[in-house]
Ligand binder design. Structure first.
Ligand code: AMP
Length: 228
């Protein structure tokens, strides 16, 4: 099963993506995580990407598109993949669609988490990262996933903030890109919705209300995926 997962920063897309990954045993490929891993390892890719990420800008397509198309060729993607954070603009959507068609790979499902911009912003600023596991959700502004003091609520690991999460200007820039229906991420979402409309509902489009808590959203999602 090949899946695209869209949602603004702060919508809980990473958390829900991890649930889908576990249920379907497919790799959860997060562009942002790949970049951050490269930054912490000090690779050339990380050095190139860091400035863009800190400013809340997109890493150029010339770097991001080949990186992801290459990642989809890895062995663990043979039985499917879940892409999260890519495509992030219309060009990336068109290039992905073209590459999949060239390889004869079907895109099965497109998930869109829908969330108001201001709610998403508050959630980002409250987000805390667990040192032990990137998929341990902690947020000081969400009761259901409040950290245990200053430690991870799941494993007790040390918590930190992402440098680009505490900078309001950078958050606004990221949301400007997401909610842009001309060339930004919403243009990419609409690209796949149009494709689906022209192609008898393929890929299947799943819209999710991102406002409820993690459990409610995941049960709605799994229900819509036929896994409840
Ligand atoms: P995220 O973890 O998804 O919030 O991504 C963090 C940052 O990585 C973004 O603000 C961008 O600077 C960069 N990034 C992530 N995905 C992409 C992408 N598909 N294209 C370009 N830059 C990206």
């Amino acid at each position: 099963m090949n899946v695209l997962f869209f949602g603004p920063n702060g919508s809980g897309k990473g958390t829900q993506g991890a649930i889908v990954k576990d249920k379907f045993h497919i790799p959860h490929i997060e562009t942002g995580v790949i970049f951050r891993e490269n930054i912490s390892k000090g690779t050339d890719l990380g050095k190139e990407a860091k400035g863009y990420i800190d400013r809340g800008e997109l890493v150029p397509d010339s770097i991001t598109i080949p990186m992801i198309l290459d990642r989809l060729k890895a062995d663990d993607c043979k039985n499917g993949w879940l892409l999260d954070g890519f495509p992030r603009n219309l060009t990336q959507a068109q290039e992905l669609d073209k590459a999949l068609k060239n390889e004869g790979i079907a895109l099965d499902i497109v998930i869109e988490m829908v969330l108001d911009r201001q709610i998403a912003k508050n959630r980002i600023m409250g987000r805390r990262l667990c040192a032990n596991d990137n998929n341990h959700p902690n947020n000081i502004y969400i009761d259901a996933i409040k950290p245990n003091g200053d430690k991870c609520r799941v494993c007790g690991g040390a918590l930190s903030t992402r440098s680009d999460d505490q900078d309001e200007e950078a958050i606004d820039k990221r949301h400007n890109i997401y909610y842009d229906t001309k060339t930004g991420t919403m243009a990419a979402v609409n690209y796949f919705k149009d494709l689906s409309a022209k192609n008898n509902g393929n890929p299947k489009i799943i819209e999710l209300d991102g406002r409820p808590g993690v459990k409610e959203v995941s049960s709605e999602l799994l229900g819509k995926l036929g896994q409840s």
